[in-house]
Every structure is written in structure tokens, then in C-alpha cells.
Design a protein around this ligand. Structure first.
Ligand code: FAD
Length: 214
């Protein structure tokens, strides 16, 4: 994971930033991206971003090679697509389609702590309209969840606070959080909605920083 921070920074800085906020330096120096993926924690911090940009996992095994989108890699709690003889050989990370990508994590401490809920969004925005959207959320179901309905809902809408507020009803229907030591089911649902809005607020801040304030 430490090596990945530098490897992907030039084309996917959001991923580098997310990985930099994971674990501690010594854990990052021994953990791998494939391990984080196959470990199948519902709060793995790399998975929402990989799902949002539609990354593809390439598996190698006794019967050859096959590829599967990260969005389809999980079948249930700790259940992954790879068979016992298959290993993750590589991961393709396409980011070119999107001009706004953002990751948020909520944990008891800002860094070096496992997420209660995390979330990533990738948007293609043109002239204030959302042309393409994909969003994923961790900590609100048995696996990290790709949110097809919320993503679809955002597409074709204006990039405004109202659009994101309206999407709360949709995202609520896509998640099934359960409570545990890091947060109750209600807390997780509320955080998931707040992170949806945080994605919008991050976009607004980025526009202000670039001098595009409307
Ligand atoms: C103190 C601590 C803090 C942590 N904090 C965070 C955090 O903030 N965010 C977060 O997301 N995670 C966190 N983690 C989890 C950590 O990131 C994962 O344990 C790590 O990513 C797993 O990687 P690994 O290479 O050690 O995998 P392993 O533990 O070696 O393997 C995990 C699983 O993946 C399988 N596997 C590994 N490589 C492959 C491969 N190439 N192909 C197929 N299967 C494979 C193994 O067989 C095993 O089933 C934390 C862990 C610790 C110990």
C-alpha cells in the first residue's frame, strides 16, 4: 500500500490520499491492495473508490485468466468472486471518464482508524449538469455497496445542493446497515446521507478554490 500511494498519485490522487489515511505506516508497508480487496471488509477504504471509477480485477488461476469489475466482486459478507485457485494478478483503474472524484471516511479518529462508514463518488460534470455518476458506500451493508439507483438518479440532474438532498430518499433504499461497536444502524444511515452531501460540498469548495463560484 505504501508503494501504491506514489504509483497512482499522478492519475488518481484521491486514491493516494485515501490510502495515506488508512492504517499506520508500518501496516501500510506490509499490506497489499489485493489483500485489502480480497479481505472483503465492508469498510475497506480502497473499495468504494475502486467501485466508483469502475476498476476491474484480473484473476489468474489454474484454468486461465478472467476479469471482473470490482462492483461485481462481492457476493455477500466475506464472500468474493475469486475461486480457491485464483489470485488477484492486477487491477485496472480507469479514471478518465470523470472530472470530479471524491472519497470520505468517518471514523472515531481522523486517521489510523477503521471506518464506521466510507463513501466515494465519481462524476462527469459539464456546464453544471451531471452527465455520469457512480457512487459506492462502505459500512452500510454486508459488503461495500455500489449504489446503482443513487448513481442513476444523479445523472441528468443539475449539480446543486437540492439534487443531493433529493437523492437522500434513493440512497436510503439501497443500504441495509446493521449496528455494531462502531455505530448503530441509525447512525450509519445518517452518516451515509451526510457523506452524500459532503461529496457535493467538496465539489462546491473545489469550484470556489478554482475561482468558478457562481
Ligand atoms: C492496525 C490495522 C489498522 C487497519 N486499518 C485499516 C484502515 O484504516 N482501512 C482499511 O481499509 N483497512 C485497514 N486495515 C486492514 C488492512 O488494510 C488489511 O488487513 C490489508 O489491506 C490486508 O492486506 P494484506 O496484504 O495484509 O492481506 P492478507 O491479510 O495477507 O490477506 C487478506 C486476504 O486476502 C487474500 N489475498 C491476499 N493477496 C491476494 C491476492 N493477490 N489474490 C487473492 N487473494 C489474496 C488472503 O488469502 C486473505 O484471504 C487495518 C489493519 C490493521 C492490522
Amino acid at each position: 500500500m505504501s508503494e501504491i500511494i506514489d504509483e497512482v498519485n499522478s492519475f488518481f490522487p484521491q486514491f493516494s490520499e485515501a490510502v495515506s489515511g488508512m492504517c499506520s505506516e508500518h501496516v501500510r508497508s506490509s499490506a497489499t491492495l489485493a489483500g485489502n480487496l480480497v479481505n472483503a471488509s465492508p469498510v475497506a477504504d480502497t473499495v468504494p473508490l475502486l467501485m466508483a471509477v469502475n476498476a476491474v480485477v484480473h484473476l489468474k488461476g489454474c484454468e486461465g485468466t478472467r476479469s471482473i469489475p470490482v462492483r461485481e466482486f462481492y457476493h455477500g459478507y466475506k464472500q468474493t468472486e475469486n475461486k480457491s485457485d485464483e489470485w488477484v494478478a492486477s487491477i485496472t483503474i480507469p479514471t478518465g471518464e470523470y472530472n470530479f472524484i471524491h472519497f470520505e471516511k468517518v471514523s472515531k479518529r481522523k486517521e489510523v482508524d477503521i471506518s464506521a462508514v466510507n463513501s466515494a463518488i465519481a462524476l462527469q460534470i459539464s456546464e453544471g449538469m451531471i452527465k455520469k455518476a457512480s457512487m459506492a458506500c462502505g459500512g452500510v451493508g454486508p459488503t461495500t455497496l455500489y449504489m446503482p439507483k443513487t448513481s442513476h438518479y444523479l445523472e441528468g440532474k443539475r449539480m446543486t445542493e437540492e439534487t443531493f438532498l433529493e437523492a437522500y430518499d434513493i440512497i436510503r433504499g439501497e443500504a441495509s446497515p446493521i449496528g455494531d461497536v462502531r455505530g448503530s444502524a441509525d447512525y450509519r444511515e445518517a452518516v451515509m446521507e451526510n457523506l452524500l452531501m459532503k461529496h457535493y460540498l467538496a465539489y462546491e469548495s473545489s469550484q470556489e478554490a478554482d475561482g468558478h463560484e457562481e
